[in-house]
Design a protein around this ligand. Structure first.
Ligand SMILES: Cc1cc2nc3c(=O)[nH]c(=O)nc-3n(C[C@H](O)[C@H](O)[C@H](O)COP(=O)(O)O)c2cc1C
Length: 247
């Protein structure tokens, strides 16, 4: 699904099957979040009979799935991480999705803020990517290779850079060793809070691709922040976390 998925922006006006809607409840219960202690809630809004939500660049869709959580760097990483796993799950079930960075549907509930919305529904045309070329930066523009990565780590990096991101900004940068990689976020010159939030969400999405791929390869992977890197300041990048492969 990581290789096949694309953003879907045209949908059929039709309800999701009951089994899919039930799947959301199960998914919310069973999903292993990046930060399990950060509270979150998924809210599904049906748009078929009544139009909900407003915001720039919004895509018209039969469903909007809102992610409500706290407002912090970790909560935004968690948002991308959880939402991407849901998006890949839905793609596997024949349902298209498109993130909606600026759309507001339910704003706030139970003290949690709506930080991301995802449009969802059965696609009008193509669910999966049809063109062979995918608009992503090549690995050598995103990685500094300090050592030759293991074949598993290389596969994980290739999955990371396929992640969708806001305005296709691809803010992830990597410093790569044989069996570990330090993940950075490219700094941008913006004071707009929504931009900062979305870039953090983007990184959470890429981290999800990395962990799913590790699991698929049957290698044990752990994400851990390294104190002596997080204490340092870098000119163009901000340190986020490191992924370790256990042999
Ligand atoms: C956090 C986030 C916010 C996004 N917001 C929007 C949006 O408001 N409208 C839209 O049409 N696409 C939005 N996108 C989709 C991106 O434009 C898309 O993922 C990117 O261009 C890569 O294309 P692909 O998903 O087809 O691979 C968003 C993506 C992310 C990750």
């Amino acid at each position: 699904m990581i290789g096949k998925r694309q953003s879907v922006r045209e949908f059929q006006t039709r309800q999701l099957d009951e089994s899919v809607l039930n799947g959301f409840v199960r998914y919310e219960r069973e999903m292993l979040a990046l930060y399990p202690d950060i509270p979150y809630q998924l809210e599904v809004t049906c748009n078929i009979n009544e139009r909900h939500g407003s915001g720039l660049f919004a895509v018209k869709a039969p469903y909007y799935i809102s992610f409500l959580t706290e407002e912090s760097q970790e909560a935004y990483l968690n948002t991308g991480y959880v939402m991407e796993e849901l998006s890949l799950y839905l793609a596997a079930k024949g349902i298209g999705t498109c993130y909606q960075g600026l759309l507001k549907v339910c704003k706030e509930k139970n003290g949690l803020k709506e930080v991301l919305v995802m449009a969802a529904g059965y696609p009008q045309k193509y669910l999966y990517r049809t063109d062979k070329t995918i608009k992503r930066l090549p690995l050598n523009k995103l990685c500094v290779f300090k050592e030759e990565p293991s074949s598993e780590l290389m596969t994980i990096l290739k999955a990371a850079v396929l992640a969708p991101s806001s305005l296709n900004g691809q803010p992830w940068r990597f410093v790569v060793y044989n069996n570990r990689v330090h993940v950075f976020m490219q700094k941008v010159n913006t004071k707009i809070p929504a931009m900062q939030r979305m870039r953090m969400i983007d990184i959470g999405i890429a981290l999800n691709h990395m962990m799913i791929t590790a699991e698929e390869l049957w290698v044990e992977a752990e994400l851990k922040e390294i104190d002596n890197i997080s204490n340092q300041s870098f000119k163009n990048n901000r340190y986020i976390t490191s992924l370790f492969l256990k042999s």
